[in-house]
Design a binder for this molecule. Structure first.
Ligand code: F6R
Length: 260
């Protein structure tokens, strides 16, 4: 136990990993939202990398509330989303553009022209990937990248593979991901089989990364990512090479970390 605790402290120290622990999803969401709020206070023109899925919904609610209370200003912020399903139109209720409109953009004072999500309908996927990378480059890179983690360790839609892809690319979704995401669709067959995703290189180039994780079902993969080998088989493990990662997680997600 003592050995595990010592390794834990050494690993966290080397990673410069900061853990914001919440008792539950709501507290995790509030702590994570405070990081974004601080980022926009320090640098109102920040480029925020954003994520979809169930993990950030609570956080977006807190941000919308903070905006309603006059405590946060998005007027100069720019956002780039991690990913988008291929062949879903922006007004399709399952598209990530639609998700962002619904959960955040329509609820705060962000300029729609400053929000970027890959175009799932792009006729030429290769061109779309280049265009998206160019947008991020032109914005000057990402100040704070928000990410969740998939049950197989994916970040963005960078699925387990033999290498860490650097740039935006079109990816075939893993069966595990299709399975996990079918809860958002009427039928499993409706889940798109491919998606555009920012590359690991771009995520790792962000000045800071905010990883949010909630629930018992994420505990094993979270532990694997931070205490197993750094390997593209567990894409999130690469975060250990990033110098500025904040992990906002709840007790359930942290239940297998050595400090429990
Ligand atoms: C979403 C994304 C995904 C999710 C991950 C976790 O934009 O890129 O990597 O963050 O699949 O999803 P949830 O939060 O639904 O468990």
């Amino acid at each position: 136990m003592l050995q595990a605790r010592r390794d834990y402290i050494i690993i966290l120290f080397m990673n410069k990993l900061r853990i914001y622990r919440g008792a539950d999803y709501d507290e995790m969401s509030r702590k994570a939202a405070a990081v974004i709020q601080a980022q926009l206070t320090v640098k109102p023109e920040s480029v925020l990398g954003l994520a979809t899925g169930s993990s950030p919904i609570g956080l977006y609610n807190v941000l919308a509330q903070a905006y309603g209370d006059g405590k946060i200003d998005f007027s100069r912020a720019k956002t780039v989303n991690l990913d988008e399903y291929q062949w879903l139109a922006p007004d399709d209720e399952q598209s990530y553009r639609y998700f962002m409109q619904k959960h955040l953009f329509s609820r705060v004072n962000i300029n729609a022209d400053n929000t970027y999500v890959p175009n799932g309908l792009a006729a030429d996927p290769e061109d779309e990937c280049k265009r998206y990378d160019y947008i991020i480059e032109r914005l000057g890179g990402i100040d704070l990248q928000l990410i969740g983690i998939g049950h197989n360790g994916h970040i963005g839609f960078n699925e387990p593979s033999d290498e860490f892809p650097a740039k935006t690319h079109l990816v075939k979704l893993a069966e595990k991901t299709i399975e996990a995401n079918k809860r958002f669709f009427k039928r499993a067959e409706d889940v798109p089989r491919a998606a555009f995703t920012m590359g690991i290189g771009t995520i790792m180039s962000a000045a800071a990364v905010l990883l949010i994780v909630s629930g018992n079902d994420k505990a094993a993969i979270l532990k694997e990512a931070f205490f197993g080998p750094i390997t593209p088989r567990v894409p999130a493990s690469v975060l250990r090479l990033h110098r500025n990662v904040i992990l906002a997680a709840d007790d359930a997600a942290l239940s297998l970390f050595p400090t429990g």
